[in-house]
Write a protein that binds this ligand. Structure first.
Ligand code: IMP
Ligand code: MG
Length: 434
């Protein structure tokens, strides 16, 4: 048995998709456990770039795929993704949890209405209906995938929701919308028919796989600072993105997790609203954004960029109990000299070393920076050549940067990515136990 969790340590977009694809080569199962189609995981295979939103990134390695109960599933998006991949020669071997909640059209309408209402406290949501789907789950109005296959329950739930959501939109938010029960029911029946062969109790699937000694890779979406409890509330997403969510989101016990690999991008990026202490609004920030191709996968929005935030990394190490780090996008930082790391914050002249809970305090945090020597701006071929020779071949300045991150997080950097392609990757420690 061996199980590895890959999760984001910053604001999402750390490069989890690439790391999952890389590790999936040696996995049997790849499992999503939270989030929904707000995620956008980009993977480059040969000359083709794939963008996945709901299917686990192991699909390109033709592995067994699981979407766990903690994920919110927009069936329209999932079915389209399956269809597109089939057209490209990948037939997803998918198990979809019977307990996963479903995103419907009214969730997307409510997402927009709620964001609008919140004004300056809005998160800058991806507008995929993620927040309202999780709200319904917690308020016990939600529709699970298994409900799509149960005509009586479905009819009851859709009747309630059609009535309620129309009232909320029209009377509370002042958005004129007509939510038709019959239309929704027809859509849900269509979804049920199309998905019925995938819907199973996925906790049994994963636990059986672990019993049989299979390798299971858990793929996180978003990142720590977007977590509903530990993130920068209310500017994050509506799911738990931390390691604990693997267990609640799949029905696998904490004792069955072997490795928790945090993905850290060599600098900071953030798509959406809210305070961001190390954000660079100057020329350096613009260069990072351009060189790193920092555009949202799902929304196309320009990502805000800045230096690496060590306070966030220490926090990620503590909250997730990291056992290793996958460090990505070191090639993007090439040519920046010096490279700069935030090691603490200052608020009103006092040092703050831990993530504050208050957004008022967080928005006043001024980074305390440390400068390090940069490394050259090498091209794709040069980085791939370095990767083929392993860690020792990295420029000395890059190694110092890696060591500094290990010092800040007290966690070993086990994987280093120096480019988009699979071979631009260095493993210093194998994360699979057996
Ligand atoms: P929501 O998840 O669509 O509700 O968006 C809430 C916040 O999380 C917004 O600031 C989004 O920009 C951010 N967010 C959600 N998903 C992702 C992601 O996959 N990558 C980066 N940011 C995300
Ligand atoms: Mg993304």
């Amino acid at each position: 048995m061996s199980s590895v969790v890959v999760l984001g340590c910053q604001w999402g977009d750390e490069g989890k998709g690439k790391i999952v694809d890389y590790l999936a080569a040696e996995a049997d199962y790849v499992v999503r456990y939270q989030g929904g189609c707000n995620a956008g995981h980009t993977i480059k295979v040969g000359n083709e770039t794939y963008r996945l939103r709901l299917l686990p990134s192991g699909v390109l390695q033709r592995k067994k795929l699981v979407i766990g109960n903690g994920v919110v599933v927009d069936p329209e998006v999932l079915l389209k993704e399956i269809e597109d991949l089939k057209a490209k020669g990948f037939d997803p071997d998918l198990s979809l949890s019977d307990r996963a909640h479903v995103t419907l059209s009214y969730h997307r309408l409510l997402d927009a209405a709620e964001e609008n209402f919140k004004g300056s406290l809005r998160a800058g949501a991806t507008m995929k209906g993620i927040g309202p789907t999780y709200s319904d789950k917690v308020a016990r109005y939600g529709i699970r995938t298994s409900d799509l296959l149960d005509p009586d329950i479905l009819e009851q739930k859709i009747s309630q929701n059609a009535l309620l959501k129309e009232k909320m939109l029209n009377l509370v938010y002042g958005v004129s919308a007509q939510i038709t029960k019959e239309e929704l029911l027809a859509t849900c029946r269509r979804f049920g028919e199309a998905l019925q062969n995938y819907i199973v109790d996925t906790s049994i699937v994963i636990n059986n796989a672990l019993d049989e000694g299979k390798r299971v890779l858990f793929e996180g979406a978003q990142g720590l600072l977007l977590d509903i409890d530990h993130g920068v509330y209310p500017f994050g997403t509506s799911s738990n993105t931390v390691a604990g969510a693997v267990c609640t989101g799949t029905g696998v016990g904490p004792t069955r997790i072997d490795e928790i690999l945090g993905v850290v991008k060599a600098y900071t990026s953030r798509v959406g609203a809210g305070p961001l202490p190390t954000e660079l609004t100057d020329e350096t920030g613009r260069r990072l954004q351009e060189k790193g191709k920092e555009f949202g996968t799902v929304t196309g929005r320009r990502r805000r960029c800045g230096w690496l935030d060590g306070v966030a990394l220490r926090y990620a190490s503590r909250i997730n109990g990291l056992t290793g780090i996958a460090l990505t996008k070191l090639a993007t930082l090439g040519g920046f000299d010096p490279v700069t790391i935030c090691v603490d914050y200052q608020v009103d002249g006092k040092t703050v070393s831990e993530q504050p809970s208050s957004i008022r305090v967080f928005s006043k945090c001024i980074p305390v920076y440390e400068e390090m020597a940069g490394w050259p701006d090498l091209n794709e071929v040069e980085w791939a050549s370095i990767a083929s020779h392993g860690y020792a071949a990295l420029p000395e300045e890059t190694k110092s940067y890696v060591k500094r991150i290990e010092g800040i997080t007290r966690t070993k950097v086990k994987i280093i990515s120096v480019g988009e392609s699979r071979d631009a990757t260095i493993t210093t420690t194998n994360v699979w136990k057996s």
